[in-house]
Design a protein around this ligand. Sequence first.
Ligand code: ING
Length: 313
Amino acid sequence: MSRTLRVAAAQLGPIHLADSRAQVIKRLLALLEEAHAAGCRLVVFPELALTTFFPRWWSEDQAEIDAYFETEMPGPETQPLFDRAKELGMGFYLGYAELTEEAGKVRHFNTSILVAPDGRLIGKYRKIHLPGHSEHLLDAPFQHLEKKYFEVGNLGFPVWRAFDGIVGMCICNDRRWPETFRVMGLQGVELVALGYNTPTENIHHPEPVHLRMFHNHVTMQANAYQNGTWVVATAKCGAEDGFPMIGGSCIIAPTGEIAAQALTEDDEVIAFNCDLDLCDYIKRTIFNFEKNRRIEHYGLITERTGVVLPPKS
Ligand code: ING
């Protein structure tokens, strides 16, 4: 009997500055109901799913910045999502801005949690690859201040036995780095849940718009195949206060094929029956790590951070 897990990517359309958390929770609850009606047991919501993508805005007022963060999860405003999911017997991945205190220090992370169908917190992940910049780019059409507003995650890339399989998490820019998936692949991951907020325009270098979606999918398809894992990737998308972000939420098989993809840039549920046993032949043959990896030749990957060019002859 194969281990089939019916999973939903619950894509969110724009969340504007003026939208309240209560309004967003209402949308998340509607997506949860739709995923339940579609027979799903796990729902993947986007990165920073409770607010607008606030790293696009420059601020030096810490109170203003902290207002985008959650100091408890669940808190009074998010509790209804946890309660309804438990009633429906559904687990979920939720991305949010986490404000916490560790060793007497206030910490700010771009975080995701994995919640079990019985409401138990299975695990937490804090975004490690923070893109963008920390300075105010005065000439840019918008900012991308994740390096200013968040700290680098301190929980590594763990996986958990959950939903009858091995599940891991990452967040947005993490999906562009093969190391993210390989570390989880070396722990046997069978399904990686991730959310993303990806601006349509590249403020760092002019490039054709179609490349945004191409890079979004190619990187996840490759990493799914190279680690024999399902990838469920959910966008928050559409134009937030006029700033467009790409959709393209998708469910990718361990073969690297896109099994389901969102059609809109609005609230939308896509679902697929993920056969977790499909991971097996990829992990056992072409990407049998034990048999085929040669770590004695990979030293630079962890010894060296940036590029060192060969000497000029
Ligand atoms: N967003 C973008 C992402 O990695 C980005 C930032 C876009 C970086 C395109 C490089 C190229 O999808 C977040 N939130 O990481």
